[in-house]
Design a protein around this ligand. Structure first.
Ligand code: SIN
Length: 341
């Protein structure tokens, strides 16, 4: 049971395990003004913890180096290994919460994968940094402090996997990286972030209404691989070669990141229809970044036997489709999952 709600609030501290995976939060640059062109994933978890002695005031912290990579190299196999480790740790009575330090480039994807596969209501918080630890005004130490404080808090229990960046709390499903380099890069535009961390305390104002963690139907405990699902990007004068190559390479699902409301150019629609006839699941998503992709809106999904992505961006639709395909190949069931998670 968690006894501390915020720093210094209780005599017994919550037990939080920090799982380190690399990224800029563990990065270093040549000079204090190097905020781009540095090297990610050079500093180990013990040094990350030692750099923030204030952590000891908010939680009893342990560290584990799970990977040491830049997050563009995060793979399905990394995700399966990480989710299994998180589930094993959270099953222990002496672990109250988990913090995962991660590169920001694919942080939102790992967060959503865990949101769908962690089987616990205990807090899981992902955190990164936009500046390496060697930079002036590095954001990693305060982000890590906030993430540990959040993972140790009663308030974070049952809220799904959370992302703590720039003093803000976001839901894994809806957060996205919006800027290549500024510290305020992580946002949940339109649907809204969940809250703030301020004055050593988390403040929640919203919760995600979508099912997550212990309430999902996905079980990765026996899986070593995930079905191949790839993303095809829509643009003017689109060339169908990429789509056709991905289908030929064995994709079991395609996320079409269409223009506008998931519109399909004629040159690509032919290939998508042919792929569906071969059994490949097709999800219509959008490259726009906000809004619902309407079922039977810009394409007749009923007739084409396609799935609409709802508000999931293409990279998160890919994650849900991979997991959905481990349960069903029925497009109606998969559409239900897209309206559930
Ligand atoms: C990465 O994603 O590993 C590099 C970029 C970052 O962490 O900000």
């Amino acid at each position: 049971m968690l006894l501390s709600s915020y720093a210094g609030a209780a005599d017994k501290l919550a037990h939080v395990t920090i799982l380190a995976t690399g990224g800029t939060i563990a990065g270093s640059g040549a000079t204090s003004t190097t905020t781009v062109g540095y090297t990610a994933a050079t500093v180990g978890v013990e040094r990350l913890i030692a750099a923030v002695p204030e952590l000891a005031k908010v939680a009893d912290v342990k560290g584990e180096q799970v990977f040491q990579i830049a997050s563009e190299n995060m793979s399905n196999e990394h995700w399966l290994k990480l989710a299994k480790r998180v589930n094993a740790l959270l099953a222990q009575p002496d672990v109250d919460g988990i913090v995962i330090t991660h590169g920001t480039d694919t942080l939102e994807e790992t967060a959503y994968f865990l949101d769908l596969t962690v089987k616990s209501k205990k807090p899981v918080v992902l955190v990164g940094a936009m500046r390496p630890g060697t930079a002036l005004s590095a954001d990693g130490p305060i982000n890590l402090y906030n993430a540990v404080l959040l993972a140790a808090s009663q308030e974070a229990i049952g809220k799904g996997v959370l992302v703590a960046m720039n003093d803000q709390i976001h839901a894994a499903r809806d957060v996205t990286k919006t800027n290549t380099s500024t510290p305020d890069s992580f946002k949940t535009p339109e649907l809204g972030m969940l809250g703030y961390i301020q004055g050593n305390k988390p403040y929640f104002y919203h919760v995600s209404s979508r099912k997550n963690t212990a309430d999902t139907e996905f079980d990765i405990s026996q899986l070593d691989t995930l079905p191949q699902v790839d993303i095809v990007y829509g643009y003017a004068n689109v060339n169908p070669v990429a789509l056709n190559a991905l289908v030929a390479s064995g994709a079991k699902g395609i996320i079409h990141a269409g223009v506008g409301d998931g519109s399909l150019a004629n040159s690509v629609k032919t290939g998508l229809v042919a792929a569906r006839k071969q059994g490949v699941l097709i999800v219509r998503s959008s490259r726009v970044g906000q809004g619902i992709v309407a079922r039977n809106g810009e394409a007749n999904d009923d007739e084409l036997d396609f799935v609409a992505s709802d508000t999931l961006n293409p990279q998160k639709a890919r994650i849900l489709l991979m997991l959905a395909l481990t349960k069903s190949s029925d497009s109606k069931q998969i559409q239900r999952m897209f309206y559930t998670y």
